[in-house]
Design a protein around this ligand. Structure first.
Ligand code: NAD
Length: 355
């Protein structure tokens, strides 16, 4: 066995049906006496439910969280933190609510309890991406990692299919990259394979019946495993491409992941055979990239960058940026190859497809 370093991340996971009701005990367990609830405007009703569950511990609801964690929003939330004397936060919603929670913790070190309702996977990572004047920067730190993650499957039953399915593939991307990361290690590979297996089995069942509690539970469990992988090891070409496509061409986060994942997996296939074997085994298929492509297609997730609003003339700029500051990747990143990969993904031209 190759030598490795494994960094275990601290954190407590509360998982089940109806476990939103546990947040008051969890907040007390973290020593909190005055808790501010955070949500996006769209999830305000869930935020109000969290306020109810917290009872006397709640000092209110801030519902201004937004995609990509704009610093102006964080500053407004910080003002509310000061006015209310809050000593902890409960976020409820997807990656946008978790992002605001992390941004507040990065500034105050208050404990965070994050109630997660999508599969985006920010909750088990010590990573915060913030946007200032349209530029997104990323930082890491132990204070950014949430103390408690609450997964209440009931809150996910109404997550629309057009969010659920790409969001699930977004989670799988974390596990795929974890398997061939420069700092990949056996415990994390085990978790990555388990996350892929759970998610690949859950998503087709969710497509058939979005209110299937068992399928929704498997997807949330898979989302946790994939998030924990991303929190422990480095990200590679796939995440670099998706972050750059999102930032440069304004493409939607989860859908971009769904389009790109089979292409980047095929790109890395020849140099990461062990990772490919694990992905294929988790999906129950012979070829990792083909399996991911077929899964995305069967879920009717977007198949091309064109379909999700990319401008073809923007692709060369994306290739420049990816090559200028690459993430570590098992296959060397060459400008011409990245440009070809982006053009193929733009047209949905998967040369590795099965049929
Ligand atoms: P999101 O939180 O904006 O949610 C997407 C949409 O789903 C929103 O319209 C929201 O209202 C809706 N929604 C959420 N839960 C719902 C539910 N249960 N029922 C119905 N609708 C629901 O976005 P996201 O896709 O969850 O997360 C993306 C964000 O997370 C991005 O900003 C991304 O950069 C960040 N992210 C960060 C990390 C990290 O480690 N820092 C990791 C992954 C993602």
């Amino acid at each position: 066995m190759k030598p490795f370093i494994y960094n275990a991340m601290p954190g407590r996971v509360v998982f089940g049906s109806g476990v939103l009701s546990a947040i008051a005990d969890e907040a007390r367990g973290q020593g909190c006496k005055r808790v501010l609830v955070l949500s996006t405007a769209g999830r305000r009703a869930m935020g109000e439910a969290a306020v109810q569950c917290l009872g006397d511990l709640s000092v209110g609801l801030f519902d201004g969280a937004a995609m990509h964690t704009p610093v102006e929003v964080t500053e407004r939330a910080m003002q509310v933190m000061r006015e209310t004397g809050a000593d902890g936060v409960v976020s409820i919603g997807g990656g946008s609510a978790v992002g605001l929670s992390k941004a507040i913790a990065a500034r105050t070190n208050v404990p965070q309890i994050v109630v997660v309702t999508t599969y985006a996977g920010s909750e088990a990572t010590p990573i915060l991406g913030e946007t200032r004047e349209g530029v997104k920067t990323t930082r890491r730190g132990p204070e950014i990692l949430p103390e408690v993650i609450v997964y209440d499957v009931d809150l996910t039953l109404d997550l629309p299919l057009e969010i659920s399915l790409p969001s699930g593939i977004n989670a799988m991307a974390h596990a795929v990259e974890g398997l061939y990361a420069v700092d990949a290690n056996p415990p994390i590979s085990l978790l990555a394979e388990e996350g892929l297996r759970a998610m690949a089995s859950a998503l087709p069942r969710i497509k058939v019946d979005p209110r299937d509690v068992e399928a929704r539970s498997d997807a949330l469990y898979g989302a946790w495993a994939c998030s924990a992988v991303m929190g422990s090891v480095s990200l590679g070409l796939h995440h670099k491409l998706c972050h750059t496509l999102g930032g440069t061409l304004g493409l939607p986060h989860a859908q971009t992941h769904a389009v790109m994942l089979p292409y980047v997996t095929a790109f890395n296939a020849t140099v990461a055979p062990e990772a490919m074997a694990r992905i294929a085994r988790a999906l129950g298929v012979r070829d990792a990239a083909v399996g991911l492509h077929d899964l995305a297609r069967s879920l009717e997730a977007p198949q091309s960058l064109q379909e999700i609003g990319a401008r073809k003339e923007g692709l060369e700029r994306v290739a420049d940026l990816v090559v200028a500051t690459p993430y570590p990747n098992p296959r060397p990143i060459e400008r011409g190859l990245i440009s070809d990969l982006l053009v193929d993904a733009y047209w949905g031209r998967a040369s590795f497809r099965s049929v």
